[in-house]
Design a protein around this ligand. Sequence first.
Ligand code: ATP
Length: 121
Amino acid sequence: MRDSFLGKRIRGGGYAMKGAWLLLRHEPSVQVQFVIAVGVTIAGFYFDISKTEWMFQFTAIGLVMGCEGLNTAVEAMADFVHPDFHSKIGHIKDVAAGAVFFTAVIAVIIAGFIYLPYIFP
Ligand SMILES: Nc1ncnc2c1ncn2[C@@H]1O[C@H](COP(=O)(O)OP(=O)(O)OP(=O)(O)O)[C@@H](O)[C@H]1O
């Protein structure tokens, strides 16, 4: 069972959940995003948003937190392979952070589309 197709997939899922827990436990940026995700989920219940709005909201949350997790992995990898200061490492980290920025801007726009009509009817 351990080395079967299903066994490997189940083990992979366990590693992924461990990684998600590590991000939530140790990464301040992911922790902030998690608090914001809980906040907008409460807001979603408060304003009784539609099913489509829930889908966009969860897509935005998943995009931002997923991208932030990958950015954290890129930063850790960069620091591991080249702990010293190097302009190439700086470029790699800036580009990875830029990817998170794209998703964060889109998430703010989606939040505006969802909540502004409820707040200013
Ligand atoms: N080794 C390095 N060489 C060159 N520039 C670096 C290096 N490390 C960091 N930088 C620069 O500093 C910025 C911040 O890097 P850092 O690794 O501290 O990430 P951070 O945004 O502070 O994330 P975190 O708070 O999660 O550590 C990078 O985007 C990059 O411009």
